[in-house]
Design a protein around this ligand. Structure first.
Ligand SMILES: Cc1ncc(C[n+]2csc(CCOP(=O)(O)OP(=O)(O)O)c2C)c(N)n1
Ligand SMILES: [Mg+2]
Length: 393
């Protein structure tokens, strides 16, 4: 399990060597995404609530999990439901004793790159079983096919997956995608096919709305040799679009892809999952005391233009590709405004996230959600049994 520590310690090559020589498959957290290239034969992609079914399936059965530079966050462990093998054990390589001790793991305090190099030497004659390799490769290939289908399946308005696919296709191997809040981090975690350890910058620790444009500016200043594409939802954009002005005044070029779905799609999904039917998550007029009036007439193209950015509206996939190419070739900061359907979700992670549901409610939808919640909770594992250190030999 590769966390952000793999990237921060410069351990990506060391990880690839360990994975290649032992056949141990690698899954990634948000911060660890890009630890391996997406097409590395040992890569399973993202793990957990926003993960790939491939990684989640392998995690469910795993008997030993090595956490490298990961905080084992609630999303990563799918609220402690990701690991179902009754004898699963953890070994955590971390520079922080606090994180090393998590999931009752065997704590190995050290730098990820150094520890991985030693581990590769000591495991020189050891490999996982061949049928395991075949099984996880099949799972990874199946997920890859699912991603390609999601990118290519036409919807009107576009699906967010189509937009992610179009953005990915215009970016070079070293370019950086930036995101932070809403439905994008989850979709990017599972769908994005990372090609460089520094190519994926998603803030999902606090998932702070408004981080996106300011972060894109910082990433571009840190390495001007890379193109930076910021993907931001309309909710986040409305919270902090003003940093566009800083990008323009400093002549720091970023490309902003503004995904307009007229509200908080992610919170709408969450609301549905707890039986509250997307209450208050649409950008609509209040009418007769209800929040279900007509859609607010915000013109995002004019808004971006008014701040000094070049702005494009894209309603079809062809218009999106043209706008993205123009933005990529331009010298100045651009905003590509694209409308998407908030009700078309990315392919399922086959995972779970614990969001408690009201125990007492008159709504049938909430009562049904509560029953689902109680049943899902039975999959949680405490993972408190300590992993014994190996006997000295
Ligand atoms: C500063 C801040 N306030 C509130 C939240 C809770 N929150 C998470 S996503 C979200 C809605 C985001 O809407 P948008 O940017 O349009 O993305 P979408 O969900 O539509 O993909 C909210 C309110 C947050 N993450 N950060
Ligand atoms: Mg939105």
């Amino acid at each position: 399990m590769a966390g952000g520590g793999v990237i921060y310690s410069g351990a990506t090559d060391a990880l690839a060597r360990l994975a290649a020589s032992t056949g141990i498959p690698v899954a990634e957290t948000q911060a660890g995404k890009g630890s391996l290239r997406f097409d590395n034969p040992q890569s399973l992609g993202a793990l957990g609530a926003t993960g790939t079914p491939a990684a989640n399936s392998v995690a469910r059965e795993a008997d030993l999990v090595i956490g490298i530079g990961t905080r084992w966050s609630d999303f990563t462990t799918a609220s402690h439901s990701a690991f179902q093998n009754p004898t699963v054990k953890f070994a955590n390589i971390n520079i922080s004793p606090f994180d090393g001790a998590k999931l009752a793991g065997l704590s190995v305090i050290g730098d990820a790159r150094e520890v991985l190099s030693v581990l590769t030497e000591r495991l020189a004659d050891w490999q996982v079983m061949a049928d395991f390799i075949q099984a996880y490769r099949e799972l990874a290939q199946r997920w890859d096919a699912t991603v390609r289908t999601a990118f290519a399946t036409a919807h009107t308005p576009l699906s967010q997956a189509q937009v992610v696919g179009a953005v990915e296709s215009i970016m070079g191997d070293r370019d950086v995608i930036v995101a932070a809040a809403g439905s994008l981090p989850g979709d990017l975690h599972k769908l994005w096919r990372a090609r460089d350890p520094k190519g994926y910058h998603v803030e999902y620790a606090y998932s702070c709305m408004g981080y996106e444009i300011a972060a894109g500016l910082g990433v571009k200043m840190a390495d001007p040799s890379r193109d930076v594409v910021v993907m931001v939802g309309d909710g986040s954009y409305l919270m902090l679009n003003s940093e566009l002005i800083t990008a323009i005044s400093e002549r720091v070029k970023i490309i902003v892809v503004l995904v307009v779905n007229h509200g908080f799609a992610s919170i709408g999904n969450l609301s549905e999952s707890v039986g509250v039917e997307r209450f208050g998550t649409h950008f609509r007029y209040r009418e007769n005391g209800s929040l279900a009036g007509s859609t607010l007439p915000v013109d995002f193209v004019k808004n971006a233009e008014s701040l000094g950015a070049a702005a494009y509206r894209a309603d079809t996939i062809e218009e999106l590709r043209l706008a993205l190419s123009a933005a990529r070739d331009a010298k100045e900061t651009s905003v590509v405004v694209v409308e998407t359907d908030p009700l078309v979700n990315a392919p399922d992670s086959e995972s779970w996230w614990e969001v408690p549901v009201a125990e007492v409610s008159n709504r049938a939808s909430t009562q049904a959600a509560r029953r689902r919640y109680e049943s899902d909770r039975t999959r949680q594992r405490e993972l408190l049994a300590p992993s014994e250190p190996p006997a000295a030999d």
